[in-house]
Design a protein. Structure first.
Length: 376
């Protein structure tokens, strides 16, 4: 079977969707060599292509959303893949009649929390996804919660929507030695004391403002010298958050790391006393399971996909209630026995997710689209 994949998300410094695409392709490279793979991109991506059944097809153009509609169709008509997979919310409207289509929808915040989206993303996904999805024979969602959102907002047959959960990458579950921990503490100015960790782009949907408010309440009533470490780049509508942090009574205890090298993340997770992810909405919530793979106690929101990802291994809070977040922090920080229990639960929960499983489920969805037509 000839599979075409659009890989623009793997260009440059990768974010969530780039890592998602990369991990699935790496698993296919190791475990599904029976197929032919064509990677479509406007520019070269960093991926091993030594195997003869893998190749990259490039056609230079601006790699924006229009590339999928203006440039990619020509490549598909030349190659005629049996199926095309768009891992980043989009597929070309024009394609050979013989080519089946599949796409991944990671979340539908454009419908559920439109006020937290950049206008360009809102316009593209709110208009584009309802056009692209009905063209697809398979749609992959990263959680049951997102699958429910897709069925509720997009005119597609629910039988076509397959759940393929994400997973922590392997290095998050590896032991971190004392030298690596000390190096990361020094690099990001964390000091030697305990810290609360949160990871995610600094944008309204991540709800960092309420986390900061909860932290202010926590330290106002406690003598603990625990810091709050916020890992993530400044993003859309983050000016108000930065201003509130600068005015905060806890300003000298809040550390904004900015972008953190991916190789430093396991040590940052492993060194945390507790990880907090109070997002208002997620399609999956990958940092939750990354923190669990590192054996860290987790506090997260009891909404959208986050209870599904965390299972019974995390404390769930109402992300709209600052007092609820403060109470959960107070409970974990004050109880060493609870922290040890939660560490064990985190490690067990993380073992239930793997990229091999995600990749295999995705491949099955693609194969099932093509096999009824007698192709292989």
């Amino acid at each position: 079977m000839r599979i075409g994949i659009e890989v623009r998300s793997m260009l440059g410094a990768k974010t969530g969707i780039g890592y998602y695409t990369q991990q699935i392709l790496l698993s296919w490279l190791n475990h599904h060599q029976e197929h032919e793979y064509i990677l479509y991109t406007p520019e070269p991506v960093d991926f091993p292509l030594e195997a003869p059944n893998w190749r990259m097809r490039m056609r230079n153009a601006r790699p924006g959303a229009l590339w999928v509609q203006k440039v990619l169709p020509g490549l598909l008509f030349e190659d005629k893949p049996d199926i095309f997979w768009g891992p980043n919310y989009a597929v070309p409207i024009l394609r050979p009649l013989s080519t089946r289509m599949a796409m991944t929808i990671h979340d539908l915040a454009v419908f559920t929390y439109p006020s937290t989206m950049m206008f360009r993303t809102l316009l593209h996904n709110r208009v584009g996804v309802p056009i692209y999805a009905p063209l697809c024979d398979a749609i992959f969602s990263v959680s049951m919660a997102t699958r429910s959102d897709i069925v509720a907002h997009i005119p597609v047959d629910s039988d076509r929507v397959h759940v393929t959960p994400l997973a922590p990458r392997e290095h998050f579950g590896q032991p971190v030695d004392a030298f690596a921990m000390e190096r990361v503490r020094d690099r990001y100015g964390l000091g030697s004391g305990p810290y609360i960790l949160s990871v995610g782009s600094l944008e309204p949907r991540k709800n960092i403002g309420r986390l900061v408010a909860a932290y202010e309440r926590l330290i106002a009533e406690s003598s603990d010298d625990v810091k709050l470490v916020l890992v993530g780049q400044k993003a859309w509508k983050s000016d108000a958050l930065f201003e509130s942090i600068q005015r905060s009574s806890a300003y000298d205890r809040i550390i904004l790391t900015g972008y953190v090298d991916d190789l430093d993340m396991p040590a940052l997770y492993a060194g945390a006393t507790v990880f907090v992810y109070p997002s208002l909405y997620e399609g999956f919530g990958l940092p939750i399971i990354e923190a669990m793979a590192a054996g860290v106690p987790v506090i997260t929101s009891g909404v959208s996909s986050m209870p599904e990802v965390a299972g019974s291994a995390a404390l769930l809070v109402n992300p709209l209630h600052v007092a609820d977040i403060t109470q959960a922090l107070r409970r974990v920080l004050a109880d060493a026995t609870l922290r040890q229990q939660m560490r064990s639960q985190s490690l067990q929960r993380a073992q239930e997710f793997s990229w091999r499983t995600t990749a295999d489920r995705t491949m099955k969805g693609l194969v099932d689209c093509v096999e009824p037509r007698g192709q292989s």
